[in-house]
Write a protein that binds this ligand. Structure first.
Ligand SMILES: [Zn+2]
Length: 483
């Protein structure tokens, strides 16, 4: 089973400068732990998202949804009038994560042995789990139900349901009937342009090219999106990375493990399937000149890459200790949990080393891409056979970036400010700086010393409203895989 092949993959609203609680409905208030419009986070360690060193014993002021002061707590300047002061000694505040490969759907367990792949829309669980996991801005990377995704965005923005600031990507652009019947199959470049125009008018703010898309279709999609100031990303297969860069793509998902251009049998416009990944694992050296030339080419064309290490890790046999999976079990339906365990056991028994080799090569590629000046972002991609969940998967992605060789502050920057820069939102979100939206995550502990502390979310601020991660997670307990 080529498990890696299962990985799907799968400018908007400006100022939502809400006056904190004013625009949060009673339904959402149930999840709010800190609703004071003026807050001081005092004696906190600040990892600001820029990749710079942490600031110890700092103070961050929040006034009406915005960050109004970041300074040493030792300066003892006066607190703003009516401020509620929180003593956060021993805690760390990081920017809200900017998840760049997110989905609002999840793999549903197979109903019949010869059934079709199916992805269920997680209207309730996905937005809450993203927010609970510290993701305050989420760009979807492909949609199964674009109308539902757009409606959820509107409901969240109106304060009617909890969730992150969503950037909705239109339906996948590719040819899918053989893979996922829920998706549209393009009939050619005209169709690609037509789809982009339609979904942009409906409110989609980005597009995702998918595996079988042809060079001609990709070119048309990019032209139509760029004409509207929108961007195109891709999980490609029939088109190689350098070819896509030349066609004007803005972003590539997953990294080199899905690049087919080094496969000797590659035919123009045809996806070689799993053979290319096998070849990459066995033969392709990341430090070789052709790969390094590809990296330089992406950087020269300003093509960003989205790291999705968590969804690759899930297919590596026994990659995660079962003890760490307790939170998964709580979140999933019993059927989804059973299915996850079943596939996990099959992978463990087969013990194929290839997925681990691919994960290592992908990590090496991401390091080299950043070293060459490339913009690397991160997302969780809750697909594959399950087990990668909104929010949890984003946290795991940060941990894996550190395993890949980035420092903790670099990994946090990749998962925050870099995504905001790509979205053109860096003036508003992505780092802890005066004037920005108060989108921040308070962590118990110190991720600079122990990166797994990114999982210890104490409170998540979005526009200055502090959400309780436990209440959010508990509200959808046992529902992931169902709704
Ligand atoms: Zn995806």
């Amino acid at each position: 089973m080529r498990v890696l092949g299962l990985v799907v993959c799968g400018v908007v609203l400006g100022g939502m400068g809400v006056g904190a609680m004013a625009q949060v409905s009673d339904g959402v208030k149930a999840y709010v732990a800190e609703g004071s419009p003026v807050l001081v986070l005092n004696h906190v360690r600040v990892v600001d998202g820029t990749g710079g060193a942490a600031m110890e014993d700092a103070r961050v002021d929040i006034e009406h949804g915005k960050i109004t002061r970041v300074q040493s707590a030792k300066l003892r300047s006066a607190f703003p009038a009516d401020a509620k002061v929180l003593d956060l000694s021993e805690k760390t505040v990081i920017p809200g994560l900017v998840g760049m490969h997110e989905h609002l759907f999840y793999t549903t367990p197979e109903g019949v042995p010869d059934g079709q792949p199916h992805y269920g829309e997680m209207s309730d669980s996905a937005p809450r789990l993203y927010l609970a996991g510290g993701v305050t801005t989420a760009r979807t990377g492909g949609s199964m139900e674009p109308y539902t995704d757009l409606s959820l965005k509107h409901l969240i923005d109106a304060g009617k349901t909890p969730g992150p600031k969503l950037w909705i990507t239109g339906p996948y652009l590719g040819g899918y009937m053989g893979r996922i019947p829920q998706l549209h199959t393009l009939t050619g470049p005209e169709d690609a342009g037509r789809l982009v125009d339609y979904w942009a008018a409906e409110g989609a703010t980005s597009f995702k090219a998918y595996m079988d898309i042809t060079p001609e279709e990709l070119k048309a999609a990019v032209e139509h999106a760029h004409a509207k100031g929108l961007k195109v990303t891709g999980h490609l297969c029939a088109v190689g990375f350098r070819e896509a860069a030349a066609l004007g793509i803005d972003n590539l998902e997953h990294g080199i493990v899905v690049d087919t251009e080094f496969f000797p049998g590659k035919k123009t416009g045809v996806c070689p399937g799993g053979d290319a990944a096998d070849d990459l694992a066995k033969r392709v050296d990341i430090e070789s000149e052709p790969v390094q030339a590809m990296i330089r080419d992406l950087v020269a064309h300003h093509v960003a890459v989205t790291s999705t290490l968590a969804v690759f890790e899930v297919t590596v046999p026994n990659s995660q200790p079962m003890a760490g999976e307790a939170r998964l079990k709580k979140a999933l339906t019993p059927e989804a949990w059973a299915r996850y365990l079943e596939v996990r056991a099959v992978l463990a028994q087969r013990n194929d080393p290839q997925e681990a080799v691919l994960l290592k090569k992908e990590m090496q590629f991401e390091r080299d891409f950043v070293k060459a000046g490339g913009l690397l972002m991160a997302g969780c991609d809750p697909t594959s056979f399950g087990g990668v969940l909104p929010g949890f998967g984003d946290q795991r992605g940060v941990e894996l970036l550190v395993e890949a060789g980035f420092t903790p502050v670099e990994a946090i920057r990749i998962a925050t400010l870099n995504g905001a820069m790509f979205l053109g939102e860096a003036a508003r979100v992505g780092s802890i700086a005066v004037g920005k939206d108060a989108d921040m995550v308070v962590l118990d502990g110190n991720p600079v010393e122990k990166i797994s502390d990114v999982e210890k979310v104490a409170i998540v601020f979005k526009d200055g409203v502090g959400y309780d991660p436990v209440k959010l997670t508990d509200s959808v307990r046992g529902l992931v895989g169902l709704r």
